[in-house]
Design a protein around this ligand. Structure first.
Ligand SMILES: N[C@@H](CCC(=O)N[C@@H](CS)C(=O)NCC(=O)O)C(=O)O
Length: 277
């Protein structure tokens, strides 16, 4: 994705012709590279494939069928303008007006408000169901917090993996089973809604540990056997064409964790564009 357009960022002289040019995915190398000019026609979503918060934003925008330009950013050596925008985190959005939208959850909800009558209905029109959807998202916050220590352990803490498998994974499997209500998506919906988009990036990453440099995590969790509902849910979700360009990529995830595994114990790596090549 986006190689030709990556060149556009480094070559500011490229002449953009026609509106569709403004939708080309692009990459921003950060550091001293000048900020890409504001897209005059479409919102631009700055993200990195491996960032789970960015993934939630991308999936929400894709679900609503919003036309946007996707710009992947190198987080290794941040540009000053990016640090000034939001401390140098992802995701964020730049509107054609030059205004910025910050924080993944707000960017997710913006998609819903901006394209209310378009694409998938992400929150139910029934206020009670919408409240239940938001309650699920509160719970997903605890699943999100529990993921990061596991990831940071790089598969090198057998006790942590054991506890995660016995407590967190079991809780998530039971939670998913109960809340699917016999359907494919949360709360019995036949299509993904906002809580699905909120939880999928965590479940996906748990599956992506398989055959990666953090394979010890995968072996310890044994998701296919111990969390078959999560396994099936993710596998089916990743087949949906609407979202395919925006999922976390298995090859990029594996490249990143392999790189981390080669670092001294305890160290992690910033999300670099090189993981996406
Ligand atoms: N509260 C923010 C958190 C976003 C966040 O933590 N993003 C990570 C990447 S997944 C980030 O940009 N970290 C800064 C860094 O890696 O330097 C949101 O939800 O948008």
């Amino acid at each position: 994705m986006g190689c030709s357009s990556a060149k556009q960022v480094s070559n500011q002289k490229t002449i953009l012709v026609g509106k569709s040019e403004f939708l080309l995915p692009m990459r921003y190398a950060s550091g001293e590279t000048p900020k890409p000019p504001t897209n005059p026609n479409f919102p631009r979503l700055y993200s990195h494939n491996l960032c789970l918060f960015s993934e939630r934003a991308r999936l929400s925008w894709a679900a609503k069928g919003i036309k946007f330009q996707h710009c992947e950013v190198d987080l290794q050596n941040k540009a000053k303008w990016h640090v000034d925008v939001n401390g140098g985190t992802l995701p964020f959005v730049e509107l054609p007006s030059g205004q910025f939208l910050l924080e993944s959850r707000i960017i997710q909800d913006f998609a819903n408000d901006y394209a209310k009558d378009q694409g998938l209905e992400l929150y139910s029109k029934n206020a009670v169901v919408a409240a239940q959807q938001r309650l699920l998202m509160e719970k997903i916050g605890s699943f999100t917090s529990a993921f990061f220590p596991l990831y940071r352990s790089r598969g090198e803490d057998p006790e942590m993996i054991k506890t995660y498998a016995a407590v967190t994974l079991k809780e998530m499997e039971d939670w998913l089973k109960a809340n699917l209500k016999g359907s494919k998506y949360l709360l019995g919906h036949s299509h993904p809604t906002m809580p699905d988009i909120h939880v999928i990036p965590i479940f996906e990453r748990l599956l992506l540990f398989e055959n990666s440099a953090f394979d010890e995590i995968s072996k310890g969790l044994n998701i296919r056997q111990s969390a078959p509902t999560i396994y099936r849910y993710v596998s089916e979700f990743r087949q949906l064409d609407t979202f395919k360009p925006y999922y976390v990529r298995e090859d990029a995830f594996h490249k990143c964790v392999k790189f981390i595994k080669a670092l001294p114990p305890g160290q992690l790596a910033a999300y670099s564009l090189s993981f996406l090549d």
